[in-house]
Design a protein around this ligand. Structure first.
Ligand code: NDP
Length: 282
């Protein structure tokens, strides 16, 4: 039976460490500030934005909320980002995605200064990760690295299969596992023999966005299974991309949904904010 990786506890540990660090910085007269922009009032985005604001308050990071109407133009949003880029009191800028269809998301991501790109989505941040240079890393994959490290799971020389190649999860995840000296295979919707490839994984990281897709027949005995998916099933119960009940008896470690990868994303966002603030003091 697999050991359940407790993302809730690990994210709490990280937040406590950050809280202490922020308190020490405050005592030295340095404060940390995150600007959170939301355009429109998509209910899911509002929940995410509120959780981010709450985490900031808990850790001692000031958050500036910009709640803009659905009709906000791209030019207006770019103007706000430009103002925040130049504001020395603001260390991180986060623009909640998705944006309304009349706004070009790529343009907005590229407008945020890489120094304040706490989501790690800017092409410069992605490029830095690719060539092993310092820069902000997308929060969900960075959180998964923390889950593995803090659970003392060996990665060096292991075969890691990442299922999913999105810009925010799959691709940065694969690059991070490469940085951890794993041998990495990336799979996607056109991959042939997905089952066979997954079954060869020592560490299987699933981010496909399909509820309970990966069953026991995709998993090698003793593999570490990380489930990034979050869905509500027909009974309104949260579930992941993995058939948890089937896979748990087979795996050595597994992340549950909820309580696995999910809580790590905000913890790593807070981590990135504190790093942005420390870099701005250099
Ligand atoms: P995307 O939809 O952007 O990407 C999904 C990826 O999975 C694509 O690369 C796609 O391939 C691939 N894929 C889809 N179906 C299959 C299949 N049958 N076999 C193999 N590959 C497949 O999703 P995200 O990466 O943004 O998110 C993935 C999941 O993680 C979602 O459930 C999302 O809600 C969750 N998530 C959770 C977070 C957290 O904090 N825990 C944060 C971010 C996401 P192709 O490129 O060929 O289309």
């Amino acid at each position: 039976m697999a050991i359940r990786i407790d993302g809730k506890q690990i994210s709490t540990d990280i937040k406590e460490e950050l809280k202490a660090e922020v308190a020490a910085l405050k005592a030295a007269g340095k404060s940390c500030c995150l600007a959170v922009i939301q355009v429109g009032n998509d209910p899911a985005s509002s929940v995410y934005v509120n959780n981010k604001k709450k985490a900031c308050a808990y850790i001692g990071i000031e958050s500036l909320a910009y709640e803009l109407g659905e009709e906000t133009t791209e030019a207006e949003l770019l103007e706000l980002i430009d103002k925040l880029n130049r504001d020395g009191k603001v260390h991180g800028i986060l623009c909640q995605l998705p944006l309304p269809p009349h706004i070009d998301e790529d343009k907005i991501i590229q407008a945020i200064s890489p120094k304040k790109d706490v989501d790690g989505f800017h092409p410069q941040s992605v490029g830095a990760l690719t060539i092993g240079q310092p820069g902000f890393v997308s929060c969900t994959p960075a959180g998964i690295i923390q889950l593995l490290r803090r659970s003392k799971i060996e990665t060096e020389g292991k075969h890691c299969v990442v299922v999913g190649r999105s810009n925010i999860v799959g691709k940065p995840m694969a690059l991070l596992m490469l940085r951890e000296n794993a041998t990495v295979t990336i799979c996607h919707s056109r991959t042939k023999n997905l089952k066979e490839i997954c079954r060869s994984a020592d560490i299987l990281i699933v981010a496909i966005g399909k509820p309970r897709y990966i069953g026991a027949d995709y998993v090698k005995e003793g593999a570490v299974v990380i489930d990034v998916g979050i869905h509500r099933d027909e009974n309104n119960k949260l579930c992941g991309d993995v058939k948890f009940d089937e896979v748990e008896p087979l795996a050595s470690y597994i992340t549950p949904v909820p309580g696995g990868v999910g809580p790590m994303t905000i913890a790593m966002l807070m981590h990135n904010c504190v790093e942005a603030m420390k870099d701005s003091c250099l």
